[in-house]
Design a protein around this ligand. Structure first.
Ligand SMILES: *Cc1c(COP(=O)(O)O)cnc(C)c1O
Length: 433
């Protein structure tokens, strides 16, 4: 690196330390931080000149890679037409196109679309919909039933249905709505089903059935709350139970949506439709923040007929045309690219490449579903040590707790994934031998 570049990088980092918060961090943190100059395809280019393969897809989002010509083009076109207009009383083609496509792609029945700012907000919107659904029928139902190890976002409503331990409910006790938590599904994705796996959930539902507005969960893949893959039978049972009790089902597909788990939407594994579905993350191909909450006509009509008669939400940047345009382009690309083949290939390469990690003493479990690979250790990683090691080896991963995990871009080649998994192995060896 040239001296002038070094100085620039150093100053950038100093200012960052002085003025900027990072996710889940303290100010004046001494944790390693890497300035990115640009990104292209599956790679991040650091100011230091290093090139990192992004095994995180910027938190599940950049499924087509960075700086994609087609996505760039969609944004250029839109920005020269109209960057934003309010959505109250106005509409536009990018939003209508997107809503139509989302209703066509998602499981049957989800045919009303609320476009909002981010995943957490999409969850807030879903919770509000459920509460208003009951309110419109003259019932005050404000409790949600969910499963432990879940993650649904960082705003207060969303936090209240995150895992109580990893979601740090203690810290906000008194401020968070108290919800009902069943045990996380104990039946793994491919494990043989037995109805006893559903007992705890059933018990919680029975005990509270008259105060529950909705069940909310991440279908099949519990992401940030533990990277757990569970049996589609569990989800089928939840759907059946919700039908039996007349409770709504909210599927949070913010992480799993758009093919990541091997189906376009993870609900398809159980062949079910939720009443409400949240989408986000990969929705815009990782270009901008946008999310969507879809619901079926029953929910929409009941809310619309109720006392208030309107759904009480409307963010300033609702249905932002730039975000809608790039989402439309990303969905077009996804369908053109034969995502099923892409994800199946990545799945196979991850399985092959990560299998050797199973022999490591520090490793508890290795699992792969769709384009998601997880190496679970016995002990939490030392981030200060492991993060620079990944960078040294040319890969970008961001473990949390005991979990080293990857969800690479769908455009990753076999060479990319082989390199990624061999580097994970190398880092484990360096860290734990
Ligand atoms: C990331 C995530 C969210 C929150 O989305 P943000 O855009 O970060 O607010 C909610 N639910 C799930 C399942 C997620 O993975």
């Amino acid at each position: 690196m040239k001296d002038s570049d070094k100085l620039f990088t150093q100053q950038l980092l100093e200012k960052d330390r002085q003025y900027v918060w990072h996710p889940y961090s303290r100010v004046n943190s001494d944790m390693p931080l890497f300035p990115v100059a640009s990104a292209k395809g599956c790679y991040l280019n650091l100011h230091s000149g290093e090139k990192l393969f992004d095994g995180m897809s910027s938190w599940w989002s950049t499924i087509h890679g960075y700086n994609h010509p087609r996505l760039n083009q969609a944004l250029h076109q839109q920005i020269d037409t109209m960057s934003h207009v309010m959505f109250g009383g106005l509409t536009h083609q990018p939003a209508v196109d997107l809503a139509v496509r989302l209703t066509q792609l998602t499981p049957a029945g989800l045919d009303k679309v609320f476009l909002c700012d981010s995943g957490s907000v999409a969850v807030e919107v879903a919770l509000k919909m459920a509460i208003q659904y009951w309110n419109s029928q003259g019932q005050q139902r404000s409790h949600f039933l969910t499963i432990k190890n879940g993650y649904h976002g960082d705003t207060f409503g969303a936090m209240s249905v995150c895992d109580p331990v990893t979601g740090m409910h203690q810290l906000f006790s008194g401020f968070l709505q108290e919800n009902i938590f069943a045990e996380a599904p104990q039946c793994g994705f491919e494990q043989t089903w037995d109805d006893s796996f559903f007992e705890n959930f059933l018990h919680k539902a029975q005990a509270h059935k008259d105060s529950i507005a909705a069940v909310i969960l991440e279908p099949i893949v519990q992401g940030t709350g533990g990277m757990r893959f569970y049996s589609p039978n569990f989800l089928k049972k939840v759907r059946q139970l919700c039908d039996d009790y007349g409770i709504l089902l909210i599927a949070d597909e913010i992480a799993t949506g758009f093919g990541r788990a091997g189906k376009l939407f993870a609900c398809e594994y159980a062949d079910i439709s939720p009443d409400i579905m949240c989408l986000g993350k990969a929705l815009t191909g990782g270009y901008m923040s946008m999310a969507a909450t879809l619901c079926n006509s029953t929910v929409a009509n009941i809310i619309s007929q109720g006392e208030a008669g309107v759904f009480m939400h409307g963010p300033t940047f609702m249905a932002n045309p730039l975000a809608c345009s790039v989402a439309n382009a990303s969905i077009t690309l996804l369908l053109e690219n034969n995502w099923q083949q892409q994800v199946m290939n990545i799945s196979r390469w991850l399985k092959e490449g990560l299998s050797t990690c199973e022999d490591f003493k520090c490793v508890n479990n290795v699992r792969v579903l769709g384009a998601i690979g997880v190496v679970e250790l016995h002990q939490p990683v030392d981030m200060k040590k492991i993060q620079p090691l990944f960078v040294k080896h040319g890969i970008w991963l961001r473990p949390f707790g005991k979990l080293i995990y990857t969800m690479p871009p769908f455009i990753s080649t076999q060479d990319d994934i082989t390199m990624l998994t061999s580097k994970i192995e190398a880092v484990l060896r360096e860290c734990y031998s």
